[in-house]
Design a protein around this ligand. Structure first.
Ligand code: GLV
Length: 339
């Protein structure tokens, strides 16, 4: 077991609230935990936090700081009689069973806003890399088989004048739209309903089917919910243009990955840029990794030093405020607090 920390209960006074973190956070984010009266421990091992460690630690915890792969579900919550708050270091919270936590009066929080620009940057990087075949170019150089310049050598898709279809025009979708406008793209979007302010991007609301049929690029920015699980499946991919590029920086399971592998292998769409996968970490032998027309990154959407620090700070602030009986700034189930 590789768990560190633990400040003890201190001089027979009131026991300190026990806090467990799923991993190491950037040091400056830990300050409020060090300054406050907390008995704090964290996972220091390699890889994702093992389930059995989370179960054991949850059993004695007042607060948890979790990462996006830690399932906080009925089974875990049943083991955690003291738990008051779980603070995710992520904007997405598909790892939470919101209803189960709410029934038990446990506060849940996430970290919206701070990661918007970094995630939009990574999205745009993947879009460019997939459209302009960065991966294939690099592999050609590495192979020593680059013999000549000729007009169709690794020719890709042009951004200027193309339509970017954004699925989910929320904070991150809008930040991607801003970047796309600077590249001369037109914006269309799909989602549950039209978004106020979409006109700022000249963005046209379309039903998903129509968006898929008409867009040159499709970028996914919706949360993973039962409604968006495999939102982009075989049928939807078949609607896309053969020249289309699909980008996913939301959650892997929004796309039916098996159907995507098939379509990319058969050249039914041009390329994909993927930061998220149905199973993370992605196995090195996964067929996605041997397709030339796929550019992949290992869930790095928010991975800049300043953004990851911002997320960690926000998660710790949510946790500390919740444990102090205050309303955390990014509360996902306000009904618990307002009861
Ligand atoms: C990352 O995927 C996040 O949800 O913050």
């Amino acid at each position: 077991m590789t768990v560190s920390g633990g400040n003890g209960n201190g001089n027979g006074r009131q026991p300190k609230p026990r806090v467990f973190l799923s991993g190491i956070l950037p040091a400056p984010a830990l300050q409020p935990l060090q300054e406050g009266e907390f008995d704090c421990a964290w996972w220091e091992g390699e890889g994702n936090l093992p389930r059995e460690v989370l179960r054991r630690e949850a059993a004695g915890a007042d607060g948890l700081v979790t990462f996006l792969n830690d399932r906080v579900d009925e089974e875990l919550l049943n083991l955690a009689p003291r738990l008051k708050i779980v603070a995710n270091v992520a904007v997405g919270y598909d790892n939470f069973d919101l209803a189960a936590a709410t029934r038990r009066g446990i506060l849940l929080t996430n970290t919206p806003g701070v990661l918007t620009e970094a995630t939009a940057d990574l999205t745009f990087g993947l879009l460019l890399a997939a459209a302009r075949r960065f991966g294939e170019g690099r592999r050609l150089l590495d192979s020593g088989r680059w013999q000549a310049w000729y007009p169709l050598l690794l020719a890709g898709q042009e951004l200027n004048g193309a339509t970017l279809g954004i699925v989910g025009l929320g904070r991150i979708g809008q930040a991607v739209a801003r970047r796309a406008l600077a590249f001369g793209m037109k914006i269309a979007y799909a989602g549950r309903r039209p978004v106020a302010g979409a006109a700022r991007f000249g963005a046209e609301f379309r039903p998903l089917d129509e968006l898929l049929r008409t867009a040159d690029f499709v970028s996914l920015h919706c949360p993973l919910t039962p409604q968006t699980f495999h939102l982009i499946g075989r049928k939807e991919i078949a609607m896309m243009k053969p020249t289309a590029v699909l980008v996913n920086t939301s959650r892997g399971a929004v796309v039916d990955q098996g159907a995507l592998v098939e379509a990319l292998g058969a050249g039914r769409i041009f390329a994909a840029g993927l930061d998220v996968f149905e199973e993370e970490p992605l196995a090195p032998e996964h067929p996605l990794l041997s397709l030339p027309n796929v550019v992949c990154t290992p869930h790095l959407g928010s991975a800049t030093h300043s953004t990851r620090l911002g997320m960690a700070r926000l998660a710790v602030e949510n946790l500390v405020r919740g444990l102090a009986g205050e309303r955390p700034p990014n509360l996902l189930n306000p009904e618990v607090f307002d009861r």
